[in-house]
Every structure is written in C-alpha cells, then in structure tokens.
Design a protein around this ligand. Structure first.
Ligand code: AP5
Length: 213
C-alpha cells in the first residue's frame, strides 16, 4: 500500500487482509508495538517517529526480512507502510527474489491534502491492537473503545500538527518517488481515496480481481 500519511493505507490494508485471508504487515504497527514494549529497537525508532522522520532503512529492512520468514506469509501478504524509500523498494525486490516470490500490485491511494488533515485530526487508534478509527468517518460501535479487542482508543502521538507536517514532507521527498518506480515496473494501481472507506475498498478489490483475470 502506497500513499501519503493518513491516506487510509492501514484501514484498507486491514480490510484487504480480511478479504483475502492473508496477514497485514504494517511497519508502523511493528514499531508502535516495539515502542510500547520499550525494546531497544522501539527506543531507537521512537526518536524518529516522534519527530515525524522515517526510521533508518537498515532497521526497517531487517524487520521486514524477519517478518517475511514467518510461515503465515506463504499464501500472500499485504505490505502497509513499506517500502517507503527507493532503497527499501530495491531491497524488497532482492528479498522476494531470493524467496522466488514477487509483488502482484502496488496500490497507490491518492487523497486531497485538506482531506488528509481532517483524517488525522479525527483519527483514534487502539492502544492494544493498533486498529484505526475516525470519530466521524469510521466511529467505533462503543465510543472510545476498540471494536476488535475492546481496549481503549487514543490519539497517536505523531498525529500532532507539527509532526504531521514533517511526515508529509518526508513522504514528498522520500516516498513519492516510488510512484514512478512502480509505474515503470507496471505494478502501480492508482486508487481515488477521496471516497468512503467501503467505496475505496471496493475499487481496490475490483482492480485486484481484474488483474487476476
Ligand atoms: P505509519 O504508521 O506507516 O504511518 P503513515 O504512513 O504516516 O500512515 P498513517 O498510519 O498515518 O496513515 P494511513 O495511511 O495508514 O491511514 P489510516 O488508515 O490510519 O508510520 C508511522 C511512523 O513509523 C513513520 O512516520 C516512520 O517514523 C515509521 N515508519 C513506518 N514504516 C516505515 C518505513 N517503511 N520506513 C521508515 N520509517 C517507517 O487512516 C487515517 C484516518 O482516516 C483514520 O482515522 C481512518 O479511520 C480515516 N480514514 C481512512 N480512510 C478513510 C476514508 N476513505 N474516508 C474517511 N476517513 C478515512
């Protein structure tokens, strides 16, 4: 899943994972869990996340490589928030080649800038399982509590306006070039993200099913 911060990558990745019965691999979620558990990697990642910067490539790539060694990815997987730099994209190709696997599609979610800011301000995430909600567009059934695990919903520390600005800057500089990279490999599927969550999901599934034919 490709797209600027707040575009809805996590929301859509989760729905795709359910639809196709495959795991969602979110580097952001992996880092947030490590921060919560106060692991050495979590402490390192926190420094970058809190300031809206990308975590260094070598840390991220090591984590993804390890995750892709797990048996549950055999039937496929959705990568959410990775790769985020050209170097990560190149390394991902090498990792997958070694496993005789490849990427089927890169979903690029496009969203208007003003809609992104609104998505950030209304976002609430589960402290425990990482599920993402929106107070207006995707409210939980019980206010303040996660539908999936019942735990408390909180505002993500990096959703503060100044940090969001830095994250958007990082995206433009380091991640947006991946659009051209995957276009040149004929893997890019552009999706209009300015629709409801269910409409966006349907467009993605329709496109993916079309690719399968
Ligand atoms: P990460 O967690 O990946 O954050 P991000 O890419 O900035 O993306 P977000 O999680 O903010 O947004 P999203 O697109 O998933 O949107 P969501 O579905 O939640 O990364 C966090 C940090 O970790 C990074 O800054 C970096 O430091 C580090 N990191 C992670 N991966 C890395 C990597 N590969 N390399 C280096 N560093 C890395 O939706 C947002 C809100 O909008 C929600 O409230 C949702 O309910 C709502 N919403 C979603 N879709 C819609 C819709 N269609 N209509 C209305 N509302 C919607």
């Amino acid at each position: 899943m490709l797209g600027p911060p707040g575009a809805g990558k996590g929301t859509q990745a989760r729905k795709l994972a359910e639809e196709f019965h495959i795991p969602q691999i979110s580097t952001g979620d992996i880092f947030r869990k490590a921060v919560q558990d106060n692991t050495p990697m979590g402490k390192k990642a926190k420094e970058y996340m809190d300031s809206g910067m990308l975590v260094p490539d070598d840390i991220v790539i090591g984590i993804v490589e390890e995750r892709l060694d797990q048996p549950d990815v055999n039937a496929g997987f959705v990568l959410d928030g990775f790769p985020r730099t050209l170097y990560q994209a190149e390394r991902l190709e090498q990792i997958l080649q070694k496993k005789a696997r490849g990427i089927d599609a890169v979903i690029n979610i496009r969203v208007r800038r003003d809609a992104i800011i609104e998505r950030f301000t209304g976002r609430r995430v589960c402290k425990s399982c990482g599920a993402s909600y929106h107070v207006k567009y995707n409210p939980p059934r019980r206010p303040g509590l996660c539908d999936a695990c019942g735990n408390e919903l909180v505002i993500r520390p990096d959703d503060e306006l100044e940090t969001v600005k830095k994250r958007l800057e990082e995206y433009e500089q380091k991640t947006a070039p991946l659009i051209e990279f995957y276009q040149s490999r004929r893997l890019l599927i552009d999706i209009d993200g300015d629709k409801t969550i269910d409409e966006v999901h349907k467009s993605i599934v329709d496109m993916l099913r079309g690719e399968e034919k």
